[in-house]
Design a protein around this ligand. Structure first.
Ligand code: TA6
Length: 281
């Protein structure tokens, strides 16, 4: 709980040394340790955790808008307090559920629709799944884009490759090129990268040579965003230390290059299953 006695975060302990921590603010996962006890996610040491701005790290939930647009950048789900509905144990692990509904502010925004988001974070010994169910609770149809803005922690970005993107077309937000065909089976990061890989068919793996790897499996999310701010943008972010770009990479599951449309009463569940391998390569 925070100083005012409000629930601030939920910590779940799973099998072996697995654990997950979720802030009620933004329903933001801020820590995921797999069975070996090693931390898989990155949160900036300058992240703001008091609810005054989105948390810089972990898994911010982007809804109903990815990127800039009619709403503030990345929409409002990541900067609202969600309701914690409870935690349950199941055979292989534990799960926590959070809920966000429209508020007077969101109903007054440029995206005024009634909605219910139900977010389930499920932990087992070697996996973490984050699935959000969106229900159109309005009389009008609506569209949205959504994404899990996952910050993976790495020892050194110079040893990291992202596998599974070969042959996929991407839009490059840095160069402005669109529809570039990825030629590499292993995509490394050695500069500011901000790419939307569209309609990715297989799973992707974030692999660190000589270290751990994490597989990202998507459900009802078509696209994968690859982002690292690198040196200049790292310096420009107040909630990100200058040297931290060496220790993180964002590989983000979402539907952002097209929108998801729901008719009144319709629901859709979207998300990701992260599987950690501890084995060194
Ligand atoms: O992850 C892709 C991206 O859209 C980048 O363009 C960059 O803006 C990043 O998200 C972080 O956005 P934020 O609003 O959290 O600073």
């Amino acid at each position: 709980n925070d100083a005012a006695g409000n629930l601030e975060r939920v910590v779940l302990s799973g099998p072996e040394s697995a654990s997950v921590e979720i802030y009620v603010y933004g329903a933001t996962v801020t820590s995921w340790k797999s069975a070996s006890g090693s931390e898989r996610l990155f949160v900036s040491r300058q992240a703001v955790l008091d609810g005054s701005k989105p948390i810089r790290g972990g898994i911010p939930l982007v809804f109903p808008q990815f990127g800039p647009g009619i709403l503030p950048q990345h929409g409002f789900a990541r900067n609202q307090r969600w309701a914690f509905l409870g935690a349950t144990e199941h055979g292989a692990g534990v799960a926590a559920t959070f809920e966000l509904r429209d508020t007077p502010e969101t109903r007054a925004s440029a995206w005024p629709f009634r909605f219910v988001l139900t977010y389930t974070v499920d932990l087992t010994a070697h996996t973490l799944s984050t699935i959000v169910k969106c229900e159109n609770a309005d009389e009008r149809a609506f569209e949205f884009t959504a994404l899990m803005h996952t910050y993976f922690g790495v020892g050194d970005i110079g040893r990291v490759v992202v596998e599974g993107l070969e042959g996929v077309a991407y839009d490059d937000k840095v160069s402005g090129e669109v529809g570039v065909r990825e030629a590499r089976g292993e995509v490394g990061v050695a500069a500011n990268e901000d790419r939307v890989y569209r309609d990715v068919q297989g799973n992707v793996v974030v692999r660190e040579r000589g270290g751990a790897s994490v597989e990202v499996r998507r459900f009802n999310f078509k696209d994968v965003v690859l982002w690292n701010p690198w040196e200049q943008k790292a310096r420009e972010m107040g909630d990100f230390a200058d040297d931290e770009y060496h220790r993180m990479v964002c590989v983000e599951a979402g539907t952002v290059a097209s929108s998801i449309a729901l008719k009144p009463g319709q629901t859709i569940s979207c998300g990701q299953l992260l599987t950690a391998q501890d084995a060194a390569i």
